[in-house]
Design a protein around this ligand. Structure first.
Ligand SMILES: Cc1cc2nc3c(=O)[nH]c(=O)nc-3n(C[C@H](O)[C@H](O)[C@H](O)COP(=O)(O)OP(=O)(O)OC[C@H]3O[C@@H](n4cnc5c(N)ncnc54)[C@H](O)[C@@H]3O)c2cc1C
Length: 496
């Protein structure tokens, strides 16, 4: 195959527009045309308001500055995720998965040392929220930006309105020359080889292309419904299959939080995502343990008066992924390729990585599809890596209030890799070596694994006194000093 002349993308959700931008940005110089078809009758999922730090790279690749896209999407900064209520271990009832900053080097190392001491039975302080700058910035509702440049790198992610981000990316893609058709794909025509030949639209129009990208959402119009690629559900690992979203108002004049809060409820967890204009809230839960009505009642109770009169949206989630993300002349991106429940807000990151790997795979072999298998292996590995990290949250929970949490903790359907990490941690073994052995397949780096295992309080109940490098109180005092050099989140966003 030579370079494709025409790529057709089905779907105008975040996945479709992210893909259209990345492909056109990269390949316009080769004269490759990109057409995106979206249906006016089939909506987008309309949620997905948090990111990982990798979204910064996405905007850099497109040459889009924060000042251009953030206000247009009511976006805020995200220093990390706080997890109240997942653990009942005293002192560890809430912890933070921080994004890591250059300024963390010293206290961060002391956290690793303390966590190792505690893992080996000594009473050293090891809650990550006491040692990482991002946790303190979030506590003080500051932006991850120094008021005066300190020459130290900070890492952070974003929150944004999913609908506005889609609209922003659409405008940008059209500016890059992406063709846009609003119509519904009614039928798909295939060659004898099985390759997709053309999309037949409800209006009677026909779109021929040599490469097709399936961004049609959970149903996987091309990859699953047309090409028959099997879907592998993760329900043995991850029980949640439903979500409810309810927006609430920001309190006028209040500082805007710079973190996502993911609070454990009785049958799942509730997200709270701050935008500049409102909060996005939702409840992710398992229909095997609670009815939709009961879940909505529980979420409303959690949100209190703020949710009164607000409309709830009920969503079904298809959790898992296809085995071959690239099959024949079709690659699936976004919900069509798979989805891991949104606990770590990883979906857009997987979209971005999948498209980037696809571009590399095609370019490396001069557009011969010989790298299809390697691409499929790497994308499967990424999904499994993220899945394991998310599953670990449920394994490590110490709640005793419902069957849901007990069943999650008792679930033995976890990967061998995760089982071995848990074992090494619990036995006081060489956790560093265990992490290194799995390398890039883990997706999450050493600090994230430490933050999760230690943050949940996964330590022996009986501890000996320790000669620790630094106590939580000393670390927090240092963090408070460091945080004073950062801007208020509200002022940074609103220019106040
Ligand atoms: C509860 C929940 C919370 C989430 N939170 C996060 C988060 O915090 N962070 C994150 O990164 N991700 C999150 N996600 C995932 C994120 O929302 C999606 O990955 C992202 O929006 C991409 O969706 P999509 O574009 O693949 O699909 P969709 O948004 O469903 O778009 C599908 C598109 O396909 C089109 N289409 C379908 N059929 C046809 C047809 N026959 N003809 C033409 N067009 C068609 C539709 O019109 C639509 O434009 C969350 C998801 C859920 C369910």
């Amino acid at each position: 195959m030579t370079a494709p002349k025409h790529i057709a993308i089905v779907g105008g959700g975040t996945a479709g527009w992210m893909t259209a931008n990345l492909l056109r940005q990269r390949w316009a110089r080769l004269g490759i045309e990109v057409t995106l078809i979206e249906s006016a009758d089939i909506g987008t999922i309309g949620v997905g308001e948090g990111s990982t730090p990798f979204l910064r790279q996405f905007f850099r690749t497109l040459g889009i500055a924060e000042r251009d896209w953030m206000p247009a999407c009511n976006a805020t900064f995200k220093c990390g995720i706080r997890f109240p209520g997942w653990s009942s271990v005293p002192g560890y009832e809430s912890y933070v998965h921080p994004f890591f900053n250059e300024a963390d080097r010293e206290l961060g190392n002391q956290f690793f040392t303390n966590a190792c001491l505690r893992r080996r039975g000594q009473a050293a302080d090891a809650n990550p929220q006491d040692f990482f700058l991002a946790a303190e910035l979030a506590r003080q509702r500051r932006a991850p930006h120094y008021e005066v440049d300190a020459g130290l790198g900070t890492d952070y992610a974003y929150h944004f309105d999913a609908g506005l981000l889609g609209a922003f990316l659409r405008t940008h893609a059209l500016g890059l020359g992406v063709r846009h058709i609003v119509d519904t794909v009614a039928r798909v025509e295939q060659h004898d080889s099985g390759d997709i030949a053309a999309l037949l639209l409800a209006s009677g129009a026909r779109v021929d292309a040599d490469l097709f990208v399936d961004c049609s959402g959970f149903k996987g119009l091309l990859i699953t419904e047309t090409l028959g690629e099997p879907f592998h559900p993760y329900h043995d690992n991850l029980f949640n299959d439903r979500a409810i979203a309810i927006p609430t108002s920001l309190v006028e004049g209040e500082d805007i939080p710079s973190e996502t809060v993911s609070t454990a409820l009785r049958h799942g967890w509730a997200w709270q995502i701050p935008l500049t204009t409102r909060y996005g809230n939702g409840y992710v839960y398992s229909s095997g343990f609670v009815s939709d009505d009961e879940a909505e009642r529980e979420l409303r109770e959690h949100l209190g008066a703020a949710a009164q009169g607000a409309t709830a949206r009920h969503l079904r989630m298809r959790v898992g992924c296809v085995k071959q993300h690239w099959r024949q002349n079709c690659v699936a991106i976004g919900l069509a390729q798979g989805f891991i429940e949104p606990l770590e807000a990883t979906a857009l990151m997987l979209i971005q990585f999948s498209v980037e790997h696809f571009i590399t795979a095609l370019e490396q072999d001069g557009f011969e599809p010989g790298r299809r298998e390697a691409f499929n292996r790497r994308v499967a590995e990424m999904f499994e890596g993220v899945r394991d990290y998310v599953v670990a949250h449920y394994q490590l929970n110490t709640r005793r209030d419902t069957d849901y949490w007990r069943a999650n903790r008792a679930n033995r359907n976890i990967s061998d890799r995760l089982a071995s990490l848990l074992q090494v941690w619990d036995r006081g073994g060489d956790f560093e070596a265990a992490l290194e052995r799995h390398g890039a397949a883990l997706m999450y780096l050493r600090p994230s694994w430490y933050a999760l295992f230690a943050g949940m309080g996964r330590f022996a109940a009986e501890l000996r006194p320790a000669a620790q490098a630094i106590t939580a109180a000393q670390a927090k005092a240092r963090l408070r000093l460091m945080a004073a050099a950062f801007s208020s989140h509200r002022n940074h966003l609103m220019g106040g």
